[in-house]
Ligand binder design. Structure first.
Ligand SMILES: NC(=O)C1=CN([C@@H]2O[C@H](COP(=O)(O)OP(=O)(O)OC[C@H]3O[C@@H](n4cnc5c(N)ncnc54)[C@H](OP(=O)(O)O)[C@@H]3O)[C@@H](O)[C@H]2O)C=CC1
Ligand SMILES: O=C(O)C1=N[C@H](C(=O)O)C[C@H](O)C1
Length: 274
């Protein structure tokens, strides 16, 4: 289609990346122009397999470096679901070539977050640990619940993901903890308690417990529980598949296209596109 948005996907062989590739191809207003994959020997095999599986693709859109892709193709926007080190590399390239980027990667350390903030002075970035519409609605419910019940309840966050997930707690669990802390004017660094085997002192006020499950193929579950002596409230989100992540990231890319610079999240996107 004429005027289609030209998208590059970083991490195109990954679980979310593969889905992004197929979802982008379904949309007439979008054109997938580059799939950026990691340059390692095992990817030679993956690359072959991938092309066999997607026989409409040729090596012409497979790249091991975003810079080369930008130099060879017209790219309007980049979507990245890879890992923190890779994402920081991609950001440097995006800044050099003034390309906006949607980041789904999680597990950044404080220094890397500061770098993302710094880059956002030059380019437009949407950074979200969870692109599903549902989890962003959960955040709205959570603010209200925390405001009303937070001060006199014990709060626990339980997250479950597949056996391959590398970071923990999940980016979403940390975000949910931050939503509660921002609402109650607490500090997550002081309030977070990571559940593990030890003799623990009895529960103090202003604490948020985090429990983590890594098992099987669980796509992503997040549950927040508020318990006081009278009642308990549970807010739970379950992703049945990765489509909400891919669709949300595509929505964010379309929204980010015309922004000059700045650091945005999925709330900005949802507020302006629904
Ligand atoms: N924000 C959201 O809504 C969501 C975020 N995520 C996050 O997104 C990230 C990816 O998740 P997922 O797809 O499950 O993970 P995968 O491990 O399945 O995919 C990541 C892909 O990135 C590739 N990669 C690593 N380094 C580079 C590089 N330098 N250039 C190009 N590709 C690279 C990996 O290659 P290789 O395997 O060879 O290392 C792999 O193919 C994680 O941080 C995850 O937590 C996941 C789901 C939703
Ligand atoms: O790695 C995943 O799979 C997911 N990661 C994100 C996170 O860390 O919160 C979002 C989603 O839950 C799936």
């Amino acid at each position: 289609m004429k005027n289609a948005i030209h998208i590059a996907v970083v991490g195109a062989l990954g679980k979310v990346g593969k889905l992004l590739v197929s979802e982008i191809k379904k949309k007439k207003c979008l054109q997938l122009v580059a799939k950026i994959i990691k340059n390692n020997p095992s990817n030679n095999l993956k690359k072959k397999t991938f092309n066999q599986l997607n026989n409409t693709d040729t090596d012409q859109i497979l790249y091991s470096c975003l810079k080369k892709a930008i130099q060879e193709k017209k790219i309007d926007i980049v979507i990245d679901f890879s890992n923190p080190e890779s994402t920081i590399q991609q950001l440097k390239i995006c800044k050099e070539f003034k390309k906006n980027i949607v980041i789904g990667t999680t597990g950044f350390n404080i220094n890397q977050i500061k770098m993302i903030q710094e880059y956002s002075k030059k380019i437009g970035i949407v950074l979200s640990s969870n692109f599903s519409i549902g989890i962003n609605l959960v955040c709205d419910l959570l603010k209200k619940t925390a405001l009303i019940l937070g001060h006199n309840s014990d709060i626990e966050i339980i997250e479950s993901h597949h056996r391959e997930k590398k970071d923990s707690p999940s980016g979403t669990a940390i975000h949910l903890g931050n939503v509660i802390c921002d609402t109650l004017k607490w500090n997550l660094e002081k309030s977070a308690i990571y559940r593990k085997k030890e003799i623990t002192p009895i529960r103090k006020k202003k604490q948020i417990g985090f429990s983590i499950i890594r098992a099987g193929n669980i796509i992503g579950e997040h549950k927040i529980i508020f318990i006081n002596e009278f009642e308990s409230v549970e807010i739970k989100h379950t992703a049945f598949n990765r489509t909400p992540f891919a669709e949300g990231a595509i929505r964010a890319a379309q929204w980010l296209l015309f922004k000059k610079n700045g650091l945005f999240n999925m709330n900005h996107v949802i507020n302006e596109t629904f």
